[in-house]
Ligand binder design. Structure first.
Ligand code: KDG
Ligand code: MG
Length: 415
């Protein structure tokens, strides 16, 4: 009853992933995801550094191993450290579930609901293409849709399929935005950002969407860290009539959390933040001061199931809910971990879902299901994902850094 082997894989079936496999002396295996988009090799190296420290440890002692890696590193937190700890943690929960013959959500207190409300990514270069995109998600059964729109005069915009430099694919041509694999270069592509154009455009887009679809569907939007606090405050106020489920990352408040106070003072549009926050401790003020409504962390980036469960339990006392990060750079292993935790916690809000490409899903065999706009992690023991190592080896790593944004005058800005 000990950890015998720790393997780290970097594979690129459609996009890059970092996969951890832990094997016990009894031959039980568990999988973890340490994918850090654009910085995958750093996370893989971290895992290789800590691998020898895991050998011989009792795999049952998940909390102790978590503390050992976190406090024992001395250099706490940070995206690379926390992605690596998350991967170990999820792999150990996977092993525990398999040993006991139960799905991980059962170990976390059991199911609190029958399924997880899920949102898909709609976008358009103009209103007709946006409507086509929304229609395609509604046709698939989604009850909640993220709406992103191109901006006049700006060649390429975050989240918009079909705008120059963005790409479509994964079997959903013309409807889908994903940076990989189109952006496989050593050096980041550069894009342009202009907040004035954005603020003049988006409220009209939400109005047109509400006029066409009514109030029955949940609409979400990602500002992707691009507005100043006062711009975000004004933007939130401007879009109040369109009843958004949330505005995400309205201002880069991961660093200066006080920024969200300005936004809160001016608008009741719900705030989602946290996909690049990597520790529960970085949420303490945000939660205590109720500066957010939805926690956007992924289990893979914020210390795994062990740490995220604590975070969400604390958030539950403030009626703050989950909105776990679920783009394609969270691997199917990480996605499954999100789903198990989401099913168990009392304060689940919504789950982001970008279906992985067929290539990805040939390497990762998942057992989670999507029915009628809801995801479910499935009932297989552990997290319910299998990894085809042989096939994965056929897809070597390819550098694919995220883009860099500049303002119209060339100043570097948040992407
Ligand atoms: O790696 C960066 C992406 O995961 C991020 O840009 C996606 O903002 C994102 C989202 O909300 O899914
Ligand atoms: Mg986001």
């Amino acid at each position: 009853m000990a950890i015998e082997k720790v393997d780290v894989f970097v594979t690129s079936p459609g996009r890059n992933f970092v996969v951890l496999k832990i094997t016990t002396t009894d031959g039980v295996t568990g999988l973890g995801d340490a994918t850090l988009n654009g910085r995958e090799l750093a996370a893989a190296e971290y895992l290789k550094t800590i691998a020898p420290m895991l050998i011989g440890k009792n795999e049952d002692n998940i909390e102790d191993i978590w503390q050992y890696l976190y406090k024992g590193a001395y250099w706490k937190r940070g995206p690379v450290t926390m992605a690596a700890i998350s991967a170990v943690d999820v792999a150990l929960w996977d092993i525990k579930g398999k040993k006991l013959g139960v799905p991980v959500y059962d170990l976390l207190g059991g199911a609190s609901r029958t399924g997880l409300l899920t949102y898909g990514h709609a976008s358009g270069v103009d209103l007709p293409s946006l409507f086509d995109s929304i229609d395609s998600y509604l046709d698939k059964g989604f009850k909640a849709v993220r709406v992103q729109s191109a901006l006049p005069g700006i060649p390429s915009t975050y989240g918009v399929a079909g705008s120059a430099n963005a790409q479509t694919g994964n079997g959903e041509k013309g409807m889908r935005y994903d940076y990989e694999p189109a952006r496989r270069t050593e050096v980041p592509v550069e894009e342009v950002w202009d907040a004035r154009t954005y603020m003049n455009t988006l409220p009209g887009v939400f109005e047109a969407v509400r006029n066409k679809y009514g109030n029955g569907i949940a609409l979400l939007h990602d500002c992707h860290h691009r507005l100043s606090p006062i711009q975000a405050a004004r933007f939130g106020k401007m879009i109040e009539p369109y009843d958004l489920f949330w505005m995400e990352d309205c201002t880069p408040a991961e660093e200066n959390q006080e920024m969200l106070r300005v936004v809160r003072e001016h608008t009741t549009t719900p705030i989602a933040i946290g996909e690049i926050i990597n520790s529960a401790t970085d949420y303490l003020t945000l939660i205590k001061e109720q500066l957010l409504d939805y926690v956007r962390s992924a289990v893979t980036h914020t210390g795994g199931i062990t740490h995220m469960k604590k975070l969400m339990d604390y958030a539950s006392f403030y009626d703050i809910k989950s909105g776990f990060h679920g783009p394609t750079d969270v691997s199917p292993v990480g996605m499954a971990a999100n789903l198990h935790l989401g099913l168990a916690i009392p304060n689940f809000g919504i789950q982001e879902y970008m279906r992985h490409s067929d290539e990805t899903l040939e390497v990762f065999h998942t057992s989670y299901t999507f029915t009628d706009g809801m995801l479910h992690p499935g009932n297989k023991p552990g997290i319910g994902v299998e990894f085809d190592e042989k096939l994965a080896a056929k897809f070597p790593y390819q550098p694919a850094p995220l883009p860099v944004d500049r303002l119209l005058d060339g100043t570097v800005h948040e992407w």
